[in-house]
Design a protein around this ligand. Structure first.
Ligand SMILES: [Zn+2]
Length: 132
């Protein structure tokens, strides 16, 4: 685990309220941490669709750092998450404690989030690693 060799990237949504993702990769391209979420600025809601941190990288703050990035510019938005793995269920209370944002596992999607996504995906772009 060498922070100097981590590669953070961001994949923007292809529709206004579509899926967007953060990936943290090793030099060989393996994404050991990944967050996928949706935000609707019109309805002021957010949904954490998927969060994954691979075994050896767990409990090093990657999850919180990714979620804090997702929450940026979303002051006062209401958030939910999909029913999650055991790991994620243990993880969200810590994020709530750190951010003051609740993530009830009752995924709430608005009509904009349900809008059909085009088949192409936006290219990922490099992302400066967020503070720990
Ligand atoms: Zn909406």
């Amino acid at each position: 685990m060498d922070p100097d060799t981590e590669d953070w990237s961001y994949q923007p949504p292809s529709t206004p309220a579509g899926f967007q993702s953060i990936y943290v990769r090793q030099p060989d391209g393996y994404d050991f941490a990944r967050l996928t979420w949706q935000v609707c600025d019109e309805c002021r809601i957010g949904l954490i669709a998927k969060i994954r941190v691979t075994g050896p990288w767990q409990r090093h703050g990657y999850g919180s750092r990714m979620v804090r990035l997702a929450l940026r510019d979303c002051d006062g938005y209401r958030w939910t998450t999909t029913p999650q793995s055991e790991l994620a269920r243990a993880f969200f209370p810590a994020v709530t404690a750190a951010t003051g944002v609740d993530f009830p596992a009752q995924a709430h999607l608005c009509e904009h989030m349900r809008a059909r996504e085009p088949r192409h995906f936006e290219n990922s772009r490099p992302l400066a690693p967020p503070p720990r």
